[in-house]
Write a protein that binds this ligand. Structure first.
Ligand SMILES: C[S@@+](CC[C@H](N)C(=O)[O-])C[C@H]1O[C@@H](n2cnc3c(N)ncnc32)[C@H](O)[C@@H]1O
Length: 434
């Protein structure tokens, strides 16, 4: 690895120092050399992906360091770019932060689960979820931004991970379509070769055929950059922009697809829900350091502005408390913020809306290099059991990111939800106040 060159600390403005102080954050994390020394991470495609490690190492001319606590993840020096490598082009590796991987792992997805990713684009976590699901269960990705979800579709195609996946352009605060569990009984309608036996009518969804290859889509998406983003606003019918052959959509009529909405029965709901809503990005050292060039006034508007912080915290809270009756597990993430408003407060708001809840540790995190945050433990009060922990992942002796998690499950083991927050890119930490 190359020797690291110390960089001067950026002169943080007073308003930002006050903001850090209010949130119990250590300003020195932004002034360190971390952006020059903190490794990048890649995930190797499961299956025979690890067999390609020597060839990937030869191509990027450096050793991949295995992340012991996170299966399939490797660290590489920060200056290594993977986008031009054959391994990346051929879909053998993904660029993905270890902290993002940790959060997905915390969701504890098992084959057969029906998983909802409510802020899915551009789709790194969706891909990992799909890998974990394998060839059973289903995955529904939702995002309010059509152009970003289109990129997500491109990635699913590139890595051939869309078979059990549906993508909807929709507002996650009002999305109400259930997973197509009914599809499981459809297996009865398959003959031994897997061909559908029931007759398809003109009105049913046929196999989704891409009009363009993922490479053409990628090119088109690059050309689209700069074009006004296409964000849906308010409750309107979700727009299905992709579905896989085994996502349950093929053979359904439109009305059948959209009938599968709102139910009070947890039997018909999602097993796991990921909410990775937008946040202020104050948890990213690299991001904050960029404001030195962009101008600290921009930081005021994009990070410190109370109205914006409130709006984002409200969005996070709204999405994660969305009709929990059909959610079994909920994982709410706040990837790039370490603020109390976007982490503890969101969780506490969720808790106050679910009074029969308690907080507990996350099993998957026991072996992670992490620190506890400001978790608040409440006693078990009844039917629903909740767990919540804020942890800070420390990578390579530097504090790397935080994950805060809230589990919520009905004590009879049938219904669970899980809420977590995470700051990726190895960037910052909230000092433990324990
Ligand atoms: C942090 S990014 C998600 C990253 C993604 N989970 C991944 O792993 O690549 C946040 C996403 O939330 C989406 N978003 C913002 N408001 C939303 C809403 N009301 N409903 C659904 N998605 C929303 C944004 O368009 C953006 O793509």
């Amino acid at each position: 690895m190359e020797a690291t060159i110390p960089v001067p600390s950026p002169p943080l403005p007073d308003a930002f120092l006050d903001f850090l102080n209010e949130n119990g954050l250590d300003p020195s994390i932004y002034a360190s050399t971390t952006s020059h020394t903190t490794p990048r991470y890649i995930r190797v495609k499961p299956g025979d992906g690890e067999a390609h490690v020597p060839e990937i190492e030869a191509e990027i001319n450096c050793k991949l360091e295995r992340v012991d606590w996170l299966p399939g993840f490797f660290s590489i020096p920060p200056q290594i770019q993977i986008a031009s490598t054959n391994a990346y082009r051929e879909g053998k590796i993904y660029g993905m932060d270890a902290a993002s991987g940790a959060a997905v792992l915390a969701l504890d997805v098992s084959p057969g689960d029906h998983v909802l990713d409510l802020c899915a684009a551009p789709g790194a976590k969706l891909c990992m979820l799909s890998d974990l699901l394998g060839s059973s269960g289903s995955l529904t990705g939702v995002d309010v931004a059509r152009h970003r979800l289109a990129s997500c579709r491109t990635i699913l195609q590139k890595y051939a991970l869309g078979d059990r996946c549906r993508l909807f352009v929709a507002d996650g605060t009002s999305f109400s379509l259930l997973p197509l569990r009914a599809y499981e009984s459809e297996k009865k309608c398959l003959n031994s070769t897997g061909t559908l036996l029931f007759e398809e009518t003109m009105d049913t969804f046929k196999e989704w055929l891409p009009k363009r290859s993922w490479k053409e889509r990628k090119r088109a998406s690059k050309e689209r950059k700069g074009i006004v983003s296409q964000i849906v606003q308010g409750p309107q019918e979700p727009e299905l922009i992709f579905y896989g052959q085994h996502s349950g959509v093929v053979g359904l009529s439109k009305s059948e697809l959209f009938r599968a909405a709102w139910s009070n029965s947890s039997d018909t709901g999602y097993d796991k829900v990921l909410v990775d809503a937008e946040c202020t990005h104050d948890g990213s050292i690299r991001h904050i350091q960029k404001f030195e060039h962009w101008g600290w006034k921009t930081l005021q508007r994009r990070v410190l502005d109370a109205e914006r912080t409130d709006t984002l915290a409200h969005l996070q809270a709204t999405i994660s408390s969305l009709n929990t009756c059909w959610i079994r597990f909920l994982l709410q993430l706040c990837f790039y913020s370490l603020t109390v408003a976007q982490n503890e407060n969101v969780v506490e708001q969720f808790l106050s809306g679910n009074p029969s809840a308690e907080l507990q540790d996350i099993d998957a995190a026991k072996n992670w290099p992490c620190k506890s945050g400001q978790a608040v433990m409440t006693p078990i009060t009844g039917f629903i059991l909740l767990s919540y922990v804020i942890i800070t992942i420390v990578l390579s002796d530097r504090v790397a990111s935080t994950v805060n998690c809230l589990f919520h499950h009905i004590a009879n083991g049938e219904q669970k939800s899980f809420n977590g927050g995470n700051s990726t890119n190895c960037l910052a930490h909230r000092q433990s106040k324990k």
